[in-house]
Design a protein around this ligand. Structure first.
Ligand code: ASP
Length: 330
C-alpha cells in the first residue's frame, strides 16, 4: 500500500496538473503559469447502486435538455422513491421495528442552499419536501410530525407506504427481532445522486427509508448535510450509502469534498474517507459504507469498505454500472 504522505503528495501534484485547486500558480517572483483548459465531462450524473441506472435515465432527460442539475437529481431519485419493489427507498421501504416506514432525505444546490427532512412518514417523495424546505422556508431541516404537516400544507398527499411485501418482511422479522444490518443486502441501500449540468453547475440529492427494522425515531446519515451529501460548486460533490451511523460519526461527504479541495481525485478522496472509518472503528469489518464523488471537471470515483458496492454513471458515452473499489480483501 502506498504510504499516506506519498499518496497525498502524489494526488496534490496530480490535481495541480489537472488544473484543479487554485486556477493559476505563481513561482516566487517568476512569471504566472497559465492553466491549460481541459474539456469538462458534462453533463454527467452518478448515483448509488444498481437502481441508479433507472434513476440516471430520468435525470439525464433533464440534463440532456440543458436543464438544471437540481431538477435532474430531484427527478432522478423520484424513480427509486416511487418504485414499490424497492425495499430501501420511499414507497415499499422496509419499516422500523414498530412497523412505521419513516423516510430521510436531503438535497443541495449549486449555490450552497440545502433542505432536508427526517423521520417523515406517509409521503412518497420526501426529496421534494426537502426541496420545498430549502426553497420556501428559512430553515434547513424539518422532522417528523412537523415535516409531515409542512408537506400536507404544501399539497403533498398522504399515502400508505407500507406495501404487503414490506409488511410481510417486518412480520417475519418480528419472530426473532434480531437487529442486524446485513452488508450489501436489501435491508439498507440509499439512493444518493450527484449531477453536473451543461452550465457546469452541480447539485445532489439523497433519499432512503433507512436501515430496515431500526428503532422508532432513528434518523440516519441520509438527511444530514455533510454526512450523506455535500456539494460545493467550486470543488465537487460527494454522497454516501451504507451504515449511516459511521458516515455521521466521520461527517463523510463533507470530508470527501474537503479532500478534493486539497487536491485529491474523487476516487482518492473517497478512499481516504473510508480509511478514516477503518482506522477509527475496529468493527469496520461488520459494516458497509460506500462513498461516491465527482469534481468540477466531471471526474468521478468511489470507494467502499466491502466488495459489492456499485454505482451508475451516465455521461455522453452512455449509462453504465461500475463496481466500486473497496478496502477489505484487497
Ligand atoms: N445510509 C442509510 C442509513 O443509514 C442506509 C443505506 O444507505 O444503506 O439510513
Amino acid at each position: 500500500m502506498q504510504k499516506r504522505r506519498e499518496f497525498i503528495k502524489g494526488s496534490v501534484l496530480g490535481a495541480a496538473a489537472l488544473g484543479l485547486g487554485s486556477s493559476v500558480s505563481q513561482a516566487a517572483g517568476g512569471p504566472r503559469k497559465q492553466e491549460v483548459p481541459r474539456a469538462v465531462n458534462k453533463p454527467l450524473v452518478i448515483s448509488t447502486w444498481k437502481f441508479g441506472i433507472e434513476a440516471n435515465e430520468a435525470a439525464w432527460k433533464v440534463l440532456d435538455k440543458k436543464g438544471r442539475a437540481l431538477d435532474a437529481v430531484e427527478q432522478g431519485v423520484h424513480v427509486a422513491e416511487a418504485d414499490p419493489s424497492n425495499t430501501t427507498v420511499g414507497l415499499g421501504g422496509y419499516p422500523d421495528r414498530d412497523g412505521h416506514v419513516t423516510l430521510d432525505s436531503c438535497i443541495m444546490d449549486e449555490k450552497g442552499n440545502c433542505g432536508s427532512v427526517a423521520f417523515l412518514e406517509h409521503i412518497v417523495h420526501p426529496v421534494s419536501v426537502a426541496r420545498k424546505v430549502m426553497e420556501e422556508t428559512p430553515h434547513v431541516m424539518l422532522v417528523g410530525e412537523g415535516a409531515l404537516q409542512f408537506a400536507l400544507a404544501n399539497g403533498f398527499e398522504k399515502t400508505n407506504l407500507l406495501t404487503p411485501k414490506a409488511e410481510k418482511a417486518w412480520k417475519n422479522w418480528l419472530r426473532e427481532k434480531n437487529y442486524e444490518p446485513v452488508i450489501n443486502i436489501e435491508n439498507h441501500d440509499t439512493i444518493s445522486m450527484l449531477a453536473l449540468d451543461s452550465q457546469g453547475d452541480m447539485s445532489g440529492a439523497c433519499t432512503t427509508s433507512g436501515l430496515a427494522f431500526k428503532m422508532h425515531g432513528r434518523v440516519g446519515d441520509s438527511p444530514i448535510i455533510g454526512a450523506a451529501l455535500f456539494v460545493d460548486n467550486e470543488v465537487g460533490g460527494a454522497c454516501a450509502t451504507g451504515h449511516g451511523e459511521f458516515v455521521m460519526k466521520t461527517l463523510g461527504s463533507f470530508l470527501v469534498v474537503e479532500l478534493m479541495r486539497q487536491g485529491l481525485s474523487p476516487a482518492e478522496a473517497c478512499q481516504a474517507a473510508v480509511e478514516r472509518i477503518v482506522k477509527k472503528y475496529p468493527n469496520y469489518r461488520e459494516i458497509q459504507v460506500g462513498y461516491l464523488a465527482m469534481n468540477k471537471q466531471g471526474e468521478y470515483g468511489s470507494y467502499a469498505i466491502h466488495k459489492g458496492f456499485n454505482y451508475a454513471v451516465y455521461d455522453q458515452t452512455g449509462n453504465r454500472l461500475i463496481d466500486s473499489a473497496h478496502y477489505v480483501n484487497r
